[in-house]
Structure formats: structure tokens, C-alpha cells
Design a protein around this ligand. Structure first.
Ligand SMILES: Cc1ncc(COP(=O)(O)O)c(C=O)c1O
Length: 364
């Protein structure tokens, strides 16, 4: 690639070459022919029946425990509006997904970040806050290949958090859009599997098929999902069924499992390229964790830098970075850089990290 072109290390979006457009065209034609009467009509707010059944079967729950929305963020927004009253405490990992932080704050939450260790949120701090009498209504957690840090929540911490949710009676929103994009290691139980009466699990086809389809879902206890469905109905009547029916058809044809394998083949070398480039150009000057899946490596520079300087200098060097401060709940994040490796080729990743290292040198 040309040395002077701008490289975007900003949003964690799938690359266009990963979109199965031809197969989706087949699915669209098929579902309109087969189910046009349902797809083109108003209907239940929970979503397209064929996809509800598929998600219920895969998760091992009743269909009444599933709701499908226009992306999982929309369901997070409904959850926030349902659970949070102005001033309520909500726990998140610190750092966490910036859009969710916005959604929670907009609902009036007092967001409290629990610092993230290598294996998930710091349990001692969590326990101390709870023992001191703080009562969160929600704990929002991304256990698998966290956005923005790439962290995996350990089995022990999953069990501890599940037990604390039960003991102190808070809800856990477990957000797992990257769970199926695992490049190494083996799956750990989900929080929903460990505490099904306290956890609402969210996931999405955005990272597995296409974000533009806007198909995300939540699974949880029947009364909670019922309330979400009522709120959804009062907000947008029903979601678009066409996209949901296309996803169901895609999965029924066996194309989803095949697509996930294709994505793993595409992203594994990109992660390896990112880790190799970090080792080559930033070893000793930054710390990062090695993710087993997902889209992101979270990196912290050892030198104290100002995010404004870092972003400006990076832009001058034709490198777009996301402002690390946006992921933190209570200040900080100047030295944090989220590095999405999914949408760049290995060669672009190498150039990007070489540029980043030069920028960091210039700031030191
Ligand atoms: C952790 C996390 N949750 C939710 C979303 C949004 O997903 P959706 O496209 O299903 O709304 C993203 C997108 O980047 C994400 O990283």
C-alpha cells in the first residue's frame, strides 16, 4: 500500500470482503417467496418466528425467553430504559464499550467502572463496593474478547460474578457478540449458563454476517423478555422481519457455520500480524494482552502521553486512532489505544503499527 495513505485504526467493523452478499441475495428471494405474508406485515415485537426458534434452540431456552431487535445496541437501550432510574448505579468493566456507556448514562445511570485485570473485572473491588452497601441495578459485562481490551473473563471470575449477582440481587447484562470468533483456546461457560435467573445475554449477527442487517438478540428470564417485548412494541411496533428471516435462512442452509469458519481464517492471520507488529515496533514501550478471539487488541503506552497530542500526531502521520478516553468510566485512558485488527490486511497492520511506534517515539 502507498506509504502516504491514511490508515484507520478506529472502528471495529468487519471488512467488506467478508460480506456474503450473493448468498444473502438467495436468502432474501427465498424468504420473500416463502414467508412474504409474515415478513411484509406488522407482527409480534419479539421478531421473526423462524429466527426466534433457531436462537431458542441454540441457547437451550424457550422461545418466550428470546427477543430479536435491530442490532443488540437497540436492546441494550431498551434494557437501560427498563432497569435504570435516574441516579441508579450501574457497574461496567473499566474500560468498556463506549456506545453502551453512552446508552447507560443517557438513561440516567451513575456508571461505576470496575477496573479490568488480565482475566476480567477486579473481583476484590467489586466485592468491597457491594459489601460497603452499594447496590447496582445492573452489571454490564463483555466476557468474551472484550471491546475494547480483548480480555477474556476467566472461569473463576465468571463463577464469582454469577454468585455475587445472586447474592446481591443485581442483573447482569452479558454481551457476547464476539464469542463465536475464537481463534485459540476453548469456550468457557457463559454467565447466562451459570446464573440464568440473573443474566440477560445479548448477542448479534453484526460480526458474523453483516452489521448493516441490524439483527441482534437478547435471551433471559421470561418476565424480563416479556417486558422488553412490550417496550419494543410501544417503541417501534415490530422490528424488520426481512433481515431476520434472511439470517434464519442463511443459518438453515448451513451457511452461517461455514461463514464463521471463513471469518476465523480471515481474522487469525490479522491478529497474528498485529501481535507480531506490536512485538517488533513497540516492545518495552507498551503493554497489551493477547486475545484468543474477537476484533481488538487493547494496548497501554508506558509513557505518560496526552490523548489529544497522540491523536493529533497520529493523524499527521496518516493514522486514525480512536480516543482511548471514551472507553473509561471515570477519566483516564490517555495512554490506552484500541487496536482493531479485523478490517486491515496484515501488510496494512504492519505499516500502521510502525507509524504508531514513530508517533510514540516523537511524544516521549
Ligand atoms: C460489545 C459490543 N456490543 C454491541 C455492539 C453493537 O452490536 P449491534 O450491531 O448488534 O448493535 C458492538 C459493536 O461494535 C460491540 O462491540
Amino acid at each position: 500500500m502507498a506509504a502516504e495513505s491514511m490508515i484507520k485504526l478506529t472502528r471495529g467493523v468487519p471488512p467488506a470482503e467478508s460480506f456474503p452478499a450473493d448468498k444473502l441475495a438467495v436468502c432474501a428471494a427465498e424468504v420473500l417467496a416463502q414467508h412474504g405474508d409474515i415478513i411484509l406485515q406488522y407482527g409480534p415485537s419479539r421478531g421473526f418466528p423462524g429466527l426466534l426458534a433457531l436462537i431458542a434452540q441454540e441457547t437451550g431456552v424457550a422461545e418466550s425467553q428470546v427477543i430479536i431487535g435491530q442490532g443488540s445496541l437497540q436492546l441494550q437501550d431498551l434494557c437501560a430504559r427498563m432497569f435504570v432510574e435516574a441516579g441508579d448505579v450501574v457497574y461496567t468493566e473499566d474500560p468498556s464499550y463506549d456506545r453502551t456507556l453512552t446508552v447507560l448514562r443517557r438513561a440516567g445511570a451513575r456508571v461505576v467502572g470496575i477496573p479490568l485485570d488480565d482475566d476480567g473485572p477486579n473481583i476484590e473491588m467489586l466485592q468491597n463496593r457491594l459489601q460497603a452497601g452499594e447496590r447496582p441495578v445492573l452489571f454490564y459485562i463483555i466476557p468474551d474478547f472484550q471491546n475494547p481490551s480483548g480480555t477474556l473473563l476467566s472461569l473463576e471470575k465468571r463463577q464469582r460474578i454469577a454468585a455475587l449477582a445472586q447474592q446481591y440481587g443485581f442483573w447482569v447484562i452479558e454481551d457476547v457478540p464476539y464469542r463465536k470468533l475464537r481463534y485459540a483456546g476453548v469456550d468457557l461457560p457463559t454467565l447466562f449458563e451459570l446464573a440464568p435467573d440473573r443474566v440477560i445475554q445479548m448477542s448479534s449477527f453484526s460480526k458474523l454476517i453483516s452489521p448493516g442487517l441490524r439483527v441482534g438478540f437478547a435471551v433471559g428470564p421470561e418476565p424480563v423478555i416479556g417486558q422488553l417485548a412490550k417496550m419494543a412494541e410501544d417503541t417501534y411496533i415490530n422490528p424488520s422481519y426481512l433481515n431476520q428471516a434472511m439470517v434464519a435462512e442463511f443459518a438453515h442452509r448451513g451457511w452461517l457455520d461455514a461463514q464463521i469458519e471463513v471469518l476465523k481464517q480471515l481474522y487469525t492471520p490479522r491478529l497474528q500480524a498485529m501481535l507480531a507488529a506490536l512485538e517488533t515496533y513497540l516492545s518495552g514501550r507498551a503493554d497489551w494482552r493477547t486475545p484468543q478471539g474477537g476484533f481488538f487488541v487493547g494496548m497501554t503506552l508506558r509513557a505518560e502521553v496526552s490523548a489529544d497530542d497522540l491523536l493529533r500526531r497520529a493523524r499527521e502521520a496518516n493514522l486514525l486512532l480512536t480516543d482511548g478516553r471514551g472507553f473509561f468510566t471515570d477519566g483516564g485512558g490517555d495512554c490506552f489505544v484500541r487496536l482493531p485488527f479485523c478490517a486491515l490486511t496484515p501488510a496494512e497492520i504492519d505499516v500502521a503499527i510502525a507509524r504508531l511506534a514513530q508517533v510514540v517515539d516523537g511524544l516521549a
